[in-house]
Design a protein around this ligand. Structure first.
Ligand code: AMP
Length: 284
């Protein structure tokens, strides 16, 4: 696996590779786990060359967020990626991605001012800008994103369509631990017993979807009350949002159906923000 730091060198290498191979790309912020590796595995299956980037993007963190403490383990990550058969690892620094002349930003649509877009002002502006830059540097035919960050996946897919980018955006299922907690680099902020407790998230999500399936409840308000009851019984949970939306563009829904998605964000034990979601047609 070749490691490249410079955006210019990365782009030059990828330009050459693109002439004779398909490039699959997995952008990450590192501290890798099986969720990231599931994206790499799919990219390996579908492309001749696989590129992974690790970049903790300062532009997508708010002032009081965890940019400076975000977990890192470059050596461990490199070993995992090497073992997974990744061809190129892109490890840029913030000052080469955001040079002193950098002045243009991708403004997310106003409709994205919901869910995480509402709770984390400026977050998706930072995400979309860096993803656009990374796609232009790596020039992939396909780029892989986890549906754990569902709103992010939709916004990136829409940005690529809006800007006519020649790349296919692929969203892949959430990978969870044995207790049902969605894997996340931020889970490392939680102790083992807190991680056990945080698995309540998936139980809450499942209770909503099973009420839809087995009791045929379709009123979003009624369905949400099932999830709220479970989450509010746990004093460690502070709900940021719990919402049902349409999975295409995250529009509001009046009546739930198989195209609905339930999305949740909580703060666990007053310190760690966790997000999760479940699609109504997902196997429980
Ligand atoms: P991050 O390093 O958190 O920016 O994540 C990089 C990519 O991995 C994003 O597309 C995430 O949605 C995806 N990802 C993170 N956690 C998971 C998970 N548990 N299952 C599937 N994909 C994930």
């Amino acid at each position: 696996m070749k490691v490249i730091n410079s955006p210019n060198e990365m782009q030059a290498v990828c330009k050459k590779l693109k002439k004779r191979s398909t490039i699959g790309f997995v952008p990450t912020m590192g501290f890798l786990h099986e969720g990231h590796l599931s994206l790499v595995k799919k990219a390996k299956e579908e492309n001749e060359i696989v590129v992974v980037s690790i970049f903790v993007n300062p532009a997508q963190f708010g002032k009081n967020e965890d940019f400076s403490t975000y977990p890192k383990n470059i050596e461990g990550d490199s070993a995992l990626l090497e073992k997974a058969g990744v061809d190129l690892l892109f490890l840029p620094t913030a000052d080469t991605i955001y040079t002193k002349d950098h002045g243009t930003w991708v403004e997310p649509p106003s409709s994205s001012n919901i869910l995480c877009g509402k709770s984390r002002p400026g977050h998706f502006r930072g995400v979309l800008t860096v993803v656009l830059k990374l796609l232009n540097i790596v020039l992939p035919s396909k780029a892989y994103f986890g549906k754990k960050d569902y709103q992010q996946f939709i916004l990136i897919r829409n940005m690529c369509a809006d800007f006519n980018l020649d790349v296919e955006i692929i969203g892949l299922p959430i990978i969870r631990n044995g207790e049902g907690l969605a894997l996340s680099s931020r889970n490392s902020y939680l102790s083992a017993s807190q991680q056990k407790g945080a698995a309540i998230l998936q139980r809450a999500l499942k209770s909503v979807v099973s009420a839809y399936r087995t009791e045929k409840v379709t009123d979003p308000k009624v369905l949400l009350s099932y999830g709220k009851d479970i989450l509010s019984a746990d004093s460690s949970v502070e709900i940021d949002y719990l919402e049902i939306r349409h999975k295409d563009f995250l529009q509001n829904v009046e009546i739930c159906n198989n195209e609905s998605i339930l999305l949740v964000a909580i703060k666990y034990d007053k310190k760690v923000r966790l997000i999760d979601n479940i699609e109504f047609d997902e196997v429980l």
